[in-house]
Design a protein around this ligand. Structure first.
Ligand code: C5P
Length: 222
């Protein structure tokens, strides 16, 4: 069973996807972390596009996804924290707009998900439209821009980041703009995805919308 949850930054995808994975006894995959890993590769190549193309051929990035522990490594180096830095936040959408990066990430995501013995819940931007067009369940999670900026700000300050609400809002808006207007695989709701606006929902309600829907469809199909 493949459940995909797409949507813009700060809509609550990560926390929701993890909880849905727990409740449906599935694995969890954060596709944004994979794009962030490739942004790290770009960063250590001085943000030089011609070098990135070469680096993509033999990259040594590894992604290990567990609900309570996402680990990203480059060779022997643990870059799990680094990929959440302000510098990566600022450049990730640019890297995610490169066709050769998207091809490689799509291949990795399909490989990781194909290997699983259990169901898998994935979160991202283009999973329902491009990576897994035949996913069993597709959700599109949104929230008002102000609510999304506020959530990301709370999340980052809790993690110890030194930032302001204004800075976070600017980054979220910039990423949304690039992600939704890029030529390839833009952030977009799949026609057959269930849209959930989480602006006024509690976390519990948000998760229940998804798990109740999955449960009701499974009962109906049995
Ligand atoms: O989910 P997260 O905020 O970590 O994603 C980081 C960036 O990765 C997004 O802003 C977007 O540019 C890119 N991304 C994407 N397609 C996905 C997942 C993430 O383009 N499926």
């Amino acid at each position: 069973m493949i459940i995909v949850i797409d949507g813009p930054a700060g809509a609550g995808k990560s926390t929701t996807a993890k909880e849905v994975a727990r409740r449906t006894e599935s694995d969890y995959v954060d596709s944004g972390a994979v794009y962030r890993g490739f942004t790290y590769l770009f960063m250590i190549n001085d943000f030089d596009k011609s070098r990135l193309t070469e680096a993509l051929k033999n990259h040594d990035l590894h992604f290990d996804f567990h609900i309570d522990n996402v680990r990203v490594t480059h060779g022997d180096k643990d870059i799990t924290q680094t990929i959440r830095s302000a510098e990566i936040n600022n450049r990730v959408s640019e890297v995610a707009a490169m066709p050769e990066v998207r091809d490689e990430v799509r291949r990795i995501l399909r490989e990781i998900s194909g290997d699983r013995k259990r169901g898998v819940v994935l979160e991202g931007r283009d999973l329902g439209t491009v990576v897994f067009p035949d996913a069993d369940y597709k959700f599109f999670l949104t929230a008002a821009p102000e609510a999304r900026a506020r959530r990301r700000f709370d999340e980052q300050t809790r993690a110890g980041a030194d930032t302001s609400l204004e800075q976070v809002r600017e980054n979220v808006e910039k990423r949304d703009r690039i992600d939704s207007t890029r030529d390839i695989d833009p952030l977009k709701k799949a026609d057959d995805a269930v849209e959930i606006d989480s602006t006024y929902l509690t976390f519990e309600e948000q998760v229940a919308r998804i798990t109740d829907f999955v449960r009701s469809m499974r009962t109906e199909n049995n």
